[in-house]
Design a protein around this ligand. Structure first.
Ligand SMILES: Nc1ncnc2c1ncn2[C@@H]1O[C@H](COP(=O)(O)OP(=O)(O)OP(=O)(O)O)[C@@H](O)[C@H]1O
Length: 796
């Protein structure tokens, strides 16, 4: 597997490198030009101070070739310096040369632009401050501060006087010290503490020396006392001991410092050094990198990418909100009350909430009414209202009321435009926000795909599944940059998702060797799913190495430059796998797709791979237990039977929907009825066109290479190990003169893997030619006679 990894990364880097080389050349040229230019400026500025008086008269003679200036760079130097030094910032103009030089170095070495901007801003602040300060301090020498310094001083003095200018300059100084040099009062205190403590230790050492000296003196006195003859009068002796007095003087001198020594040794006044948290080395480097280059920006490669505009979406004739039909409301209310009255159910309160397609009548029954009684009247109420799609929610979770949903006579289309423009969607701080449509109370319904983490969509044909898928994809296209999310689209119907072909190099991911980014061949789906499993394993490895728990944390760490790209780390986009007709896939490939899908569904949530599978046939052999267990978020469009509804939602209700995007969404327990936003194919085409016409990545996002068992890498012509259906398969191929695994699959009713293996054996036997990409293999045997001959020869 490690091998595979390296091959894929290599492949990925090559095209980008080629792209970089071109721009790098230009950068080197421009960079060196700027460095040399900065040197020219520097020499001009410096020599300007010695030659400006001589050269001043020549400034108007620039075009005159007979005149020569004394500046080191002649007339160019004199003019440029006059402009920047004399008319500009004075001495501070030298900073300009440094800035130009740094810019040149940035280009030359292809460094990040972000740190550069900061340097320019600070450089300009320094230039202004220095020029104003020099203008103030040396106002008799205008060349030091330049015209800008002089004029600004003049201006400030007119309004604030000398003291004002000093205060403004001081404020500027404080600003620079704090923001640029990171000076803080604590830092200064710390600095001074250090100084005083070193002073103290010096003094302490001197005091020690002094006390040693005293001790020596005392000892010598004692010695002399001992040595003095006993005959001496003690009084007189005491009287004439000038050395002792002297010693006292010495003692007095040092008394001040000695106790200080005692204090410290007793620990009464203990100095505590401030603890500076040691950072991990990687952190330090990361901080430095972030400081210099700014955070890593994954969108930089397509920095000019423009998100699709709202104008690309239609309003579908809906300009205002929902129209309320008072008569209809009153009529329905009366019918509900009457029907319930017929069954002796009294209502104490009734309230209506009007949604785009249905109106919810919330009723509070009189005390003592059993809820199950109302629930059982569903059909009777439907009959009396003469309406399809009545759903009774008894009780409404968390409300203590009973809900009766009645479809509106005139439903309002919920346009994708209205949900995309809603502030709920625009302000949604989600990883993968999806605006599905509007709830029954007309609120925009936005959910995070990253939290779901996978979505199962089912519904009978023509009820709005494809529109629902388009709504999901459109939502993501409106919110996400191409660097942040990639789609893998599986479309066995071949026509539903083909409009997304245009955004292949922006948003799609595909296998390295496949030509089409949208997968229409079921056989390729298996490879893609397995490749996704490899991608998942790779991503888990990266996460483990980075010591983070999920993709979000990983990307945050990567952006703050704490992960080294040389260790294989890279910014990881979300991957959304969309399978439009899952039933078809399960029917043809069965376990071969179920296993990787289940594996992905179980494990992929943390590493940003999310699955959306849609099916028309919500039967238990399609939505198997294992699939269901891993897809807690489910959407049901209208289905034909209660059983189907149960298969999808584990609850009934989907059979009572009215179709055309009327859907139920569940993410666990409660079921929400939503009117799916409507986005028509031409709108999607406009969006993909808009994105597709912009600058793209050189290739679609490449998934890791997957060579399945059927790749035919090791061709082994072992007759004894041939499939028992080898001969039949050979006959099928020779009859059809078309060497494809799917043909064998269909004719002999085999799984894809087995058919693939047989094709490999046919190749080994010389019956079909080698693999030719998307084309069918060539058949090398013209008819049955030749086939018999070939097989007999083999045996003999
Ligand atoms: N949210 C919606 N609002 C209004 N009309 C809708 C909505 N969704 C679907 N429709 C209508 O229903 C028609 C069929 O929708 P769609 O093509 O999405 O069905 P489907 O379930 O994907 O069908 P199939 O499975 O055959 O592809 C659309 O052409 C449109 O007229």
């Amino acid at each position: 597997m490690a091998k595979k990894k390296t091959t894929t990364t290599k492949k990925k880097i090559t095209p980008k490198k080629a792209n970089l080389v071109v721009s790098k050349k230009n950068k080197i040229i421009l960079g060196s030009l700027l460095i040399l230019f900065s040197m020219a400026l520097f020499f001009s500025f410096v020599s300007f101070y010695f030659t400006w008086q001589d050269d001043q008269s020549l400034l108007s003679e620039f075009a005159n070739r007979n005149e020569q200036a004394k500046n080191l760079l002649n007339k160019f130097g004199a003019s440029v310096s006059h402009f920047f030094v004399y008319k500009g910032f004075g001495v501070a103009s030298v900073i300009l040369t440094i800035l130009v030089c740094i810019t040149g170095l940035h280009l030359f070495l292809s460094l990040d632009k972000k740190g550069l901007l900061k340097k320019w801003i600070w450089g300009l602040i320094f230039m202004i401050w220095i020029s104003v300060a020099l203008g103030f301090l040396a106002d008799t020498k205008p060349l030091l501060g330049g015209l800008i310094g002089y004029e600004m001083n003049d201006f400030l003095k007119d309004y604030t006087g000398n003291i004002g200018v000093v205060l403004i300059l001081l404020f500027g100084l404080v600003f620079i010290l704090v923001r640029f040099f990171h000076f803080t009062p604590e830092g200064m205190a710390h600095f001074f503490k250090k100084k005083t403590s070193s002073l103290k230790s010096e003094l302490q050492s001197t005091s020690k020396e002094a006390s040693d000296a005293i001790r020596d003196v005392q000892e010598s006195i004692k010695k002399t006392e001992k040595e003095t003859p006993v005959v001496l009068d003690t009084y007189t002796h005491k009287k004439d001991i000038p050395p002792l007095k002297e010693e006292k003087i010495i003692l007095d001198d040092f008394e001040v410092t000695v106790p200080a020594e005692e204090e410290t040794t007793d620990g009464l006044a203990m100095e505590v050094e401030e603890i500076v948290e040691e950072q991990e080395e990687t952190d330090n480097i990361a901080n430095k990198l972030v400081e210099d280059f700014g955070e890593f920006d994954p969108t930089l490669e397509l920095g000019h990418y423009k998100f699709p505009t709202i104008e690309l979406l239609d309003q579908h004739g809906v300009t205002g909100g929902i129209t309320i039909n008072q008569e209809e409301l009153e009529e329905n209310k009366n019918k509900i009350v009457d029907t319930l009255k017929n069954y002796k159910i009294g209502i104490s309160q009734i309230k209506a909430t009007i949604g785009p397609t249905v109106t919810l009548y919330e009723i509070v029954p009189e005390a003592g009414v059993r809820i199950s009684k109302i629930k059982n009247l569903e059909d009777d109420i439907a009959l009396s209202l003469a309406a399809l799609g009545i759903r009774i929610i008894a009780p409404i979770p968390g409300k203590g009321t009973i809900g009766i949903e009645v479809p509106n006579k005139n439903s309002t289309i919920v346009s994708m435009r209205s949900v995309i423009a809603s502030s709920k969607f625009q302000k949604a701080e989600m990883e993968l926000p999806i605006a599905f449509g509007k709830t029954i109370s007309n609120e925009t319904f936005v959910v995070d795909l990253a939290k779901m983490p996978h979505l199962l969509m089912a519904g009978a044909t023509g009820q709005g599944k494809s529109v629902g898928l388009n709504a999901v994809l459109t939502s993501l296209l409106y919110k996400k940059h191409p660097a942040e999310v990639k789609f893998i689209l599986v479309d066995p119907k071949k026509v539903e998702l083909s409009i997304y072909n245009k955004i292949e190099r922006h948003f799609l991911a595909k296998l390295p060797d496949s030509e089409e980014a949208i997968i229409t061949d079921n056989a390729k789906v298996i490879n893609t799913l397995n490749s996704l499993c490899i991608e998942m394993d790779n991503r888990y490895e990266l996460l483990k190495h980075a010591q983070v728990r999920n993709l979000k944390e990983y990307n945050v760490k990567f952006k703050s430059r704490k992960l080294n790209p040389n260790d294989g780390h890279k910014f990881l986009p979300y991957i959304v796998l969309v399978i439009d007709e899952f039933a078809d896939l399960i029917m043809t490939a069965g376990k071969e797709v179920e296993t990787p899908i289940a594996r992905l569904a179980q494990l992929a949530r943390a590493i940003g791979i999310h699955l959306i599978i849609a099916t028309q046939r919500p039967s238990v052999n399609v939505i198997t237990g294992i699939i269901k267990a891993n897809f807690p978020a489910r959407i049901a469009f209208r289905v034909t039977s209660k059983i189907d509804s149960r298969t999808i939602l584990d609850a009934q209700g989907a059979d009572q929907l009215i179709g055309r995007g009327d859907m139920l969404f569940t993410q666990g327990n409660d079921v929400t009825r939503i009117q799916c936003a409507f986005v028509d194919t031409p709108e999607v085409a406009k969006i993909t066109e808009y994105i597709g016409s912009q600058r793209a990545y050189p290739n679609a996002y490449e998934l890791p290479e997957y060579s399945g068992e059927d790749s035919g890498t090791s061709i082994d012509n072992n007759i004894s190990e041939r499939d028992i259906l080898f001969r039949d398969a050979a006959e099928v191929i020779v009859t059809a003169q078309q060497g494809s695994a799917s043909l064998i699959q269909r004719k002999l009713k085999l799984g894809y893997n087995r058919a693939g293996r047989i094709v490999d054996q046919l190749e080994a036997a010389g019956i079909v030619g080698p693999f030719e990409g998307s084309k069918a293999r060539q058949v090398l045997v013209p008819d049955f006679v030749a086939l018999d001959q070939l097989l007999n020869n083999e045996r003999s």
